[in-house]
Ligand binder design. Structure first.
Ligand SMILES: Nc1ncnc2c1ncn2[C@@H]1O[C@H](COP(=O)(O)OP(=O)(O)OP(=O)(O)O)[C@@H](O)[C@H]1O
Ligand SMILES: [Mg+2]
Length: 256
């Protein structure tokens, strides 16, 4: 379990961006209220542009809200911190470092690599890239790079894990394996995970809650607790029911 239990609160959070081409503004997020705790796995789904990445960037401390407040245990988030690990929608690796050194980078920066070499080993194994350890990011496929970016964040054991479509570039088989690996790591540590995904089945398979959003302005339209044991059965009646409910919320209901 994670050493530290945390409560993340978003209170009446809005975020607007000025458009470059005219003096209009984009209401990326409007009046978002959320309370999320350690031990939860939050799946965020919604149409393109509804503000999913914006929520993660706000929680990461990369941007600040236009109105409202975001706090961890009552303390306002004002800047990035290793306690909040982010995996970006587009993998960001250091092109001048090998796979192994990319994974070990943050441990090294914090002076924690000595004695933790086996963590790097485990991460290489989790993503099945032990034989690519000496390769550079430029030599990897998109899916491989995404897996390296994922474990590079996991290795820090952040209290809050922010995952922006971390499995988007993966083929179906690797994707399902990685879903299980992420769940395993999350279950071992019991941190708060917030994952954006476009895949409704992935959202249900992994999440303790699925938060459904809509766009213009970006807002929450449903917050659905997934009351099923892990590992989940994608073909169970309950699973199918959750899928229908979420698709309906996303306006993809079958009988409309
Ligand atoms: N830095 C920025 N400057 C201007 N507008 C922005 C900026 N970041 C996001 N936006 C706008 O805010 C809205 C929400 O963007 P965001 O990236 O959060 O959407 P998303 O839900 O992650 O979409 P996708 O599923 O396509 O990744 C969009 O209309 C986007 O154009
Ligand atoms: Mg996004």
């Amino acid at each position: 379990m994670a050493e530290k239990k945390v409560t993340l609160k978003l209170e009446n959070v809005s975020k607007s961006f000025a458009k470059v081409e005219n003096d209009e503004v984009t209401h990326a997020l409007n009046a978002i209220d959320m309370e999320l705790k350690s031990g939860e796995f939050i799946s965020l789904v919604g149409p393109s542009g509804c503000g999913k990445s914006t929520i993660l960037r706000l929680v990461a401390g990369l941007i600040t809200p236009t109105t409202g407040k975001i706090t961890v245990d009552g303390k306002e988030i004002l800047e990035p911190s290793p306690e909040r690990g982010m995996v970006f929608q587009k993998p960001t690796l250091f092109p001048w470092l090998t796979v192994e050194k990319n994974i070990a980078f943050s441990l090294k920066m914090q002076g924690k690599l000595k004695g933790n070499e086996e963590k790097v080993e485990r991460m290489l194994k989790v993503i099945g890239l032990e034989s690519f350890r000496e390769d550079y990011p430029g030599q990897l496929s998109g899916g491989m790079a995404q897996r390296v970016a994922l474990v590079r964040s996991l290795i820090n054991e952040p209290d809050i894990l922010l995952l922006d479509e971390p499995l988007g570039a993966l083929d179906a088989f690797t994707r399902m394996n990685m879903q299980d690996e992420i769940l395993k790591i999350w279950q071992e540590r019991g941190q708060l995970a917030i994952m954006v995904t476009h895949d409704v089945d992935e959202a249900i398979y992994m999440g303790t809650r699925v938060i459904v959003m809509d766009a213009n302005p970006g807002r929450v339209v449903a917050d659905i607790k997934i009351d099923e044991e892990y590992p989940r059965d994608r073909s169970s009646a309950a699973f199918v029911e959750y899928r229908n409910e979420i698709l309906n919320r996303l306006h993809f209901g079958g009988n409309k």
